[in-house]
Design a protein around this ligand. Structure first.
Ligand SMILES: [Zn+2]
Length: 82
């Protein structure tokens, strides 16, 4: 094989393997994406830590609770002031 072509090939392979890796959202351990579940490495999965989607869902629920709580508080202040 042509030397330059071989070098290009290995560079492409390196770039690919870089892309296929990511940091665990809990411990920051860099690992291959295919071993991660929703951004969580195998060790953290065993600990039962939540994945990216679960955290996003949780944040959404918290946002709604805060919104409803604020609305109820404002309604109470409004009712008691009149
Ligand atoms: Zn982890």
């Amino acid at each position: 094989m042509d030397e330059k072509l071989a070098e290009q090939f290995f560079n492409t392979m390196d770039a690919r393997s870089d892309e296929a890796q990511e940091d665990c959202i809990h411990c920051g351990k860099r690992w291959y994406v295919m071993h991660h579940l929703d951004g969580v490495c195998h060790n953290c999965q065993k600990k039962g830590l939540p994945g990216r989607r679960e955290i996003a869902r949780h944040k959404k629920v918290v946002r709604w609770v805060i919104l409803i709580g604020t609305a109820l508080l404002l309604a109470r202040i409004f009712i008691f002031n009149n």
